[in-house]
Design a protein around this ligand. Sequence first.
Ligand SMILES: Nc1ncnc2c1ncn2[C@@H]1O[C@H](COP(=O)(O)OP(=O)(O)OP(=O)(O)O)[C@@H](O)[C@H]1O
Length: 234
Amino acid sequence: MIKLKHVIYLYGQQQMVFNFNANKGETITILGPSGAGKSTLLSLIAGFIQPNSGQILLNNQDVTEVPASKRPVSMLFQDNNLFNHLTVEQNLALGLSPTLKLSPQQREQLLRIASRIGLDTYLSVYPSQLSGGQKQRVAIGRCLLQHRPILLLDEPFSSLDPKLKKEMFELLYEIQQEYQLTVLMVTHQLEDINKNNCRCLVVVSGEIAFDGDYAQLVKETQIASYLGINASSL
Ligand SMILES: Nc1ncnc2c1ncn2[C@@H]1O[C@H](COP(=O)(O)OP(=O)(O)OP(=O)(O)O)[C@@H](O)[C@H]1O
């Protein structure tokens, strides 16, 4: 589903090298210190930046030269996902049509997703009138309307309070299962990891220094202590 073959990206003298495979329906948490290259990895997969060399395959197709808008990928950021001058309905509609003109079938889809994310009574509201969690729900709804099988999240809920964050993770997990999405999520917060069932990647100095589940990660003492985790975190 996702394959990065010796992908090299250069920021000046700084080199990043990524080799990585993900299967359909997998959820992968990406950890690592600030400046390690986590967002760069997502940007390469999304197509926001082009590698200097190497190959990126999505759904068995080489997309290395394919622009972001044509890749089977949606991306959700920590904030600024919405257009403040557009209503919730219009922000959602952007997932279906850049002109905001929807066919009756598309409008039906929009209403179904608005109900799925619990915002069907907020369609005419502007983002400034929404809470942080509601804004992220709209952004998730728009990703779902794009019908793209890969969802990339860059610290999506880190500005939310713990209760809301938990709710958002539950919604994300349900949606991931329902739509069989392949999810890659960057986080700095260890409590965001689904410790029972999650593949973790640790990016250090522009390379994937660890790839395995959380229980294995804890045993990799050098990397675990670097991230500030130990066996009691299990
Ligand atoms: N546009 C850019 N031009 C030059 N260097 C950049 C640019 N964007 C990022 N970098 C550098 O590339 C490195 C990796 O950045 P990146 O944002 O991928 O790290 P990150 O692991 O996501 O960090 P954080 O957790 O702080 O968001 C950093 O050293 C950063 O300074």
